[in-house]
Design a protein around this ligand. Structure first.
Ligand SMILES: C[S@@+](CC[C@H](N)C(=O)[O-])C[C@H]1O[C@@H](n2cnc3c(N)ncnc32)[C@H](O)[C@@H]1O
Length: 273
């Protein structure tokens, strides 16, 4: 499935921003900074124009990703580490360990991540390789752009994970780091389907996500599940279903590997095709 974004006049974010002029202005400003004023020597360059903000992001995650102040507030490594109960660096490194010593060829990161995840991933890109990062929010793309060095092997794209603007079998590896639990099931299925579609034969997809913790997990005492239900309403799906359930049926993996961390609260699933 492919879906190009076309930014229409005054409608960078369509309905999602109606009644929120501050956000709309911010989006328009970012659009300008990120595309029309970018010159050849700007790196990383932002490719393609933004599309609409998905409803679930606007409704459930405006406070985390969409609002201009959200980025300023949340993009602190220690805070992200706190939210992951001290596991950010461990999980980041577990994901990166899949690309040891280097990620060769083309790598796709589906969605931006707060903290230094992409910076570290970019350091793993083998000479001549490219890392493409796709995110649906201009503010997130611009924030990531700020964090990357120049020159960098990273290319940034506005785009929706449910309709990636890449040909079939483009990437040697795809990484999906804490994205699926934020998406409603239909969206999640399409995200996984797209990740598989753009993967080359022999390539692998690395998912890092929540998982149902063991019964005796001390965090049950702090009402982890109800808190997650309120703040991350789709996350219980990751507790109750294996990620493999959302893999498309039309392509058979050659290997699936799963590792659990921190009393099973987190999982890494590596699917090779
Ligand atoms: C990767 S997830 C969160 C990861 C992690 N919790 C963190 O601290 O950053 C958040 C990103 O996913 C992006 N995102 C959510 N739904 C998306 C979609 N359908 N397509 C592309 N990006 C999406 C959001 O815009 C946001 O930048």
């Amino acid at each position: 499935m492919r879906k190009n974004f076309i930014a229409s006049e005054g409608g960078v974010h369509g309905k999602a921003f109606l009644g929120r002029p501050q956000l709309q202005n911010e989006a328009a400003q970012l659009l300008e900074e990120g595309t029309s004023s970018a010159t050849e020597k700007d790196s990383p360059k932002v490719i393609r124009l933004p599309g609409p903000v998905p409803d679930y992001l606007q409704k459930h995650y405006w406070w985390a990703y969409v609002h201009p102040r959200a980025v300023r507030f949340w993009d602190r490594q220690w805070l992200i580490n706190l939210i992951l109960f001290g596991n950010f660096i461990r999980l980041r490194d577990q994901a990166l360990a899949e690309f040891w010593p280097y990620a060769y060829g083309r790598t796709l990161q589906v969605a931006c991540v707060y903290g230094d995840f992409t910076v570290k991933l970019a350091e793993r890109i083998a000479p001549g390789g490219i890392l493409d990062v796709v995110d649906v929010l201009p503010i997130q793309i611009q924030n990531l752009r700020r964090k990357l060095s120049n020159p960098t092997p990273v290319r940034l794209h506005y785009g929706d994970s449910t309709g990636l603007d890449f040909d079939d079998a483009t990437f040697d590896q795809v990484i999906v780091f804490f994205v699926l639990h934020e998406q409603p099931v239909g969206v999640r299925e399409r995200t996984v389907e797209e990740a598989v579609r753009v993967l080359k034969p022999g390539g692998k997809i690395v998912f890092v996500e929540y998982h149902r913790p063991v019964r005796w997990h001390p965090l049950h005492l702090v009402f982890l599940e109800p808190i997650l239900r309120v703040l991350e309403p789709f996350s219980p799906d990751l507790w109750n279903h294996p990620i493999t359930e959302w893999l498309p049926k039309n392509r058979t993996p050659t290997a699936i590997r799963k590792q659990l961390y921190f009393g099973n609260l987190y999982q890494k699933v590596v699917v090779t095709y």
